[in-house]
Design a protein around this ligand. Structure first.
Ligand SMILES: Nc1ncnc2c1ncn2[C@@H]1O[C@H](COP(=O)(O)OP(=O)(O)OP(=O)(O)O)[C@@H](O)[C@H]1O
Length: 872
């Protein structure tokens, strides 16, 4: 968290001048680790050094003393800075970078002991990173500011790597839905406001920066607009959020001007609401372990460009609810799916197309170089080629049609092409990036440089002739520039000739200067300087031409990204045999032959086939619920998740892994599959489950899809069963939503007899020679029993234990008295012939067990203990 001037470090007392400067800058840096530039290193001192040394695994040393104690110090080389920054920022640190802001020679003029001027030039935080190698090309790098006013939440978010700015608003209670689609890396809020937790860094900022007045000033400074309502910013809360955002950007960039696009207001009202827990449960953009690999996005991403990758991620993170908008995307995919020649041609044009958005942002941030101009030129060329190819089609769907590289961009690209060489350096100072013939003044300077050799050779010949010394040479001397060198034997003779001044005497030779050579040296040096200055000036002109065309370029970048995203989805549909969803505005839900794309891909790698399953949650008029039973490992979770994933894919604009899918558009999606722990926030699994279930019961509408796995299993059997029962009744009768409800409580299937729109289905299993075989097929009806013991055998429980468990199970089943739900529960209470106290012990122990949370080894141990107890 950055809170400049909040916590001045305790560096006081007698300090050397350098340490005094350090202490002053450190007090400005506050909690941020201070990278203090000293020559080729950034040094860290005191506790900063200790923290960084540990986080970066680098050596902690000492330098000087402060109040009798050695000062801890560590350092990172300037050239390796970005790698270390990345580690620190990922590790949750904020880093302030203090550079030397004057030439050490200047400082020396003030006295031998004077300290070089240094200033913080950047504060690097997770949301303000723009360094190319610290960014993921296929993810946005968003920073967001939050303001809550009268129960309404406002979020202003900026991606500094592309200059994009978004403003969203919604009821405070829906913040949980509003934040995740924005995919932010850092959230700032005024100090004292509620700091939200999530998959981002949370930072407190000065509340004054969130004031409406301050915001107006900054809006004018950033966009030159003095009436914020002209940007669509009418609400005080939105202004506060924008103000907080802009002020934080200023603070972290030490006043450097950051180009931002005009804010885009409120795109979320037409988005499918998916809360954070649902995203995690469905592993949309990362797996439960936090890796991209193995996520849904990873499985479906066939994009060829970074911007296309970011767009696909954005589509998946924020699926739509507007049928026409979704169908536009489907039209695009369908078109490209139907014509594989076109698709292949577009793919080969898109391949290697550069990241125009980020190149442009670097140029606008004054961090770009010649290579970025080259990227702009290549991107425009890609745009032209795509446009030319698409124009060959008679009618293309709307989303593919808008690509139009106008005269201005064509002219710009032609200029860049004629100006730039093939190999382009990253920095202007590296030079040599302009083609000969592009700029006359530059050509002249360069030719003077190049011709210098000829000039010098001619001058040498002339001097030999004039002096009669055949061994005379023109040489370059570091301090003299070009000079005449003759052997010692000729030195006196030359010294007596007019126009030759002896400046250096060596053991075997002597060096002389002449007015002509000095003038030539000067001309050559001037030519070098002139060439560099001219090249830099031409770069600036070209850069300005590019940044002046920023709006058109960004528009083009958007088109290229969209073409890439749609082509990628079409390729996916072709490769994986996906089908176009049929959308309606009702509450239909009918899947035929549905598959889970990630599980299917994993099985395929093992050479196994995925068994497709249909799912119907609509009776022709009303939404329905399914109650899914079946043993562990039979595929319940996969079935549940795959139906939710079909909705996400369909509404994101993709085709779906099914043979057909008829879907009434879903407004909110809830998925709670797999245990979720929230120990970090000090809540038990059960508590989390109940809080989440409460949220679902409150929020689900008749247009929602709710997917719940084993509600209530985190508590004692009766409580759990009762909660699951009541929740199911509520979803059926009050919410009237579509839903899938998996349970181990087989008793719940009785409920299906009472609730007309609740249908039991079961995962089919077959027993074969005492072993259970999973068919992964969903069949109507309830599972007759849970096969837990058979699954335990599969898990590797010793045969003796499995056998004994089988006997116990039979005993329980035989002796369970008929009637009444409660009496049906598989509790040891049903076992007769046992003294009360022993039964209590056995029951107490059983109650304390959670089979779903046990490893095979723990299950074995528990069984052995139970057996001991019952036999004792
Ligand atoms: N439709 C299917 N076709 C083929 N294999 C499947 C299918 N569904 C699931 N599987 C396989 O079965 C494994 C277990 O599936 P899943 O986790 O969905 O079971 P589960 O019934 O939810 O189990 P648990 O209750 O223990 O979580 C999967 O990892 C996959 O390998």
């Amino acid at each position: 968290m950055t809170k400049p001037t909040e916590h001045p470090p305790k560096i006081a007392g007698k300090l050397t001048p350098m340490m005094a400067q350090y202490a002053r800058i450190k007090s400005e840096a506050g909690d941020a680790l201070l990278f203090y530039r000293m020559g080729d290193f950034y040094e860290l001192f005191f506790s900063d050094a200790e923290k960084a040394a540990e986080a970066l695994s680098i050596t902690l040393t000492k330098r000087g003393h402060h109040e009798g104690e050695a000062i801890p110090m560590c350092g990172v080389p300037v050239h390796a800075r970005d790698g270390y920054l990345e580690k620190l920022v990922r590790g949750g640190f904020t880093v302030a970078i203090a550079e030397q802001t004057e030439d050490p020679a200047e400082a020396k003029k003030r006295g031998a002991k004077s300290v070089v001027e240094r200033q913080i030039v950047r504060i690097v935080t997770p949301g303000t990173v723009t360094e190319e190698n610290l960014l993921d090309p296929k993810s946005p790098a968003r920073l967001a500011a939050l303001s809550v006013v009268d129960g309404k939440a406002f979020i202003a978010a900026a991606d500094l790597s592309t200059g994009e700015v978004l403003v969203e608003e919604g009821p405070e209670g829906r913040l949980g839905d509003m934040l995740p689609p924005l995919q932010i890396r850092e959230l700032i809020a005024a100090e004292g406001e509620r700091l939200l937790q999530g998959a981002f860094a949370a930072t407190e900022a000065d509340p004054r920066s969130f004031s409406v007045e301050a915001a107006k000033g900054r809006i004018e400074a950033f966009w030159g607009v003095n009436e914020p309502s002209g940007l669509g910013l009418t609400e005080g809360g939105a202004l506060r959020a924008i103000g907080g955002l802009l002020s934080y950007i200023e603070l972290t960039h030490a006043g450097e001007s950051i180009p931002l696009r005009m804010p885009r207001i409120g795109g979320q009202s037409d988005k499918l609401a998916i809360d954070e827990a649902t995203r995690r449960s469905l592993e949309l953009t990362e797996t439960g372990e936090g890796s991209y690999k193995g996520s849904l996005l990873h499985t479906i991403d066939r994009t060829r460009t970074a911007a296309g990758g970011r767009m696909l991620r954005g589509w998946l993170a924020a699926p739509l609810t507007d049928r026409r908008a979704i169908e536009e995307r489907h039209d695009g995919v369908a078109y490209l799916l139907s014509d594989h020649t076109l698709r292949d041609e577009l793919i080969s044009l898109l391949k290697g197309s550069p990241d125009l958005e980020r190149a442009l942002a670097r140029l606008r941030l004054e961090r770009g170089g010649p290579s970025d101009l080259g990227l702009v030129q290549r991107a425009v060329a890609t745009g032209e080629a795509l446009q030319a190819r698409l124009r060959l089609e008679h009618t293309v769907p709307d989303l593919l049609a808008g690509l139009n590289v106008g005269d201005r961009l064509q002219g710009l690209a032609a200029t860049l092409l004629s100006a730039l060489t093939d190999e382009l350096p990253l920095r202007v100072s590296d030079g040599g990036f302009l083609r000969a013939g592009f700029d006359a003044a530059l050509d002249e300077a360069v030719s003077l440089q190049k011709n210098a050799r000829q000039h010098l050779a001619a001058e040498e010949a002339r001097l030999r002739e004039a002096t009669g010394i055949k061994s005379l040479r023109v040489k370059h001397d570091k301090t003299l520039g070009y000079c005449v060198e003759v052997g010692k034997a000729h030195a006196d003779r030359l010294a007596s000739q007019e126009g030759f001044t002896q400046r250096r005497t060596m053991t075997t030779a002597a060096r002389f200067v002449t007015d002509d050579l000095t003038a030539l040296s000067q001309r050559i040096a001037d030519a070098e300087g002139e060439a560099a200055a001219r090249e830099a000036a031409v770069f600036r002109e070209l850069k300005e031409a590019v940044t002046d065309a920023a709006e058109e370029l960004l528009d083009l970048a958007g088109h290229i990204a969209r073409t890439d995203t749609l082509t990628s989805l079409a390729e996916l549909a072709a490769e994986e045999d996906f089908a176009r969803p049929a959308l309606t505005d009702g509450t239909e839900f009918a899947v035929e032959g549905g598959r889970h794309p990630v599980v299917e891909a994993a099985l395929r790698r093992e050479g196994k086939a995925f068994v497709p399953n249909g799912c119907s949650l609509f009776d022709g008029e009303d939404a329905e619920l399914q109650l899914v039973t079946g043993p562990n490992m039979a595929g319940k979770s996969t079935y549940l998740r795959q139906n939710a994933i079909l909705v996400v894919l369909a509404q994101a604009g993709s085709f779906v892994p099914a043979s057909s899918f008829r879907l009434g558009i879903v407004d909110r999606l809830f998925s709670r599959v797999g245990a979720s722990d929230d120990l970090a926030r000090g809540r038990s699994t059960f508590m989390v489950e109940m809080v989440e279930t409460a949220a679902i019961l409150h929020q689900a509408t008749c247009r929602s899809l709710v997917i719940l796995d084993e509600v209530g299993r985190g508590t004692a059997t009766f409580d759990g069963l009762s909660i699951a029962w009541a929740a199911l009744e509520h979803l059926h009768t009050e919410s009237r939503c579509r839903g899938l409800f998996a349970t181990h409580y087989h008793e719940l299937t009785r409920l299906a007899e009472e609730l007309p729109r609740l249908h039991p289905v079961a995962m089919a299993v077959r027993e074969w020679r005492g072993k259970v075989v999973f068919l992964h097929e969903v069949k109507p009806g309830a599972a007759d029993r849970s096969y837990g013991v058979a699954v335990a055998r599969l898990a590797g429980l010793p045969e003796s234990v499995v056998k004994r468990a089988g006997q116990l199970l039979k005993l329980l089943e035989d002796q369970s008295p008929a009637g009444g739900l409660v009496a049906d529960l598989p509790l040891f209470g049903a076992v007769p012939h046992q003294p009360e106290s022993e039964r209590d012990e056995v029951r107490a122990m059983l109650d304390g067990l959670d089979p779903d949370d046990m490893s095979p080894r723990e299950a074995h141990e528990a069984l052995c203990r139970l057996k001991d107890l019952s036999q004792s």
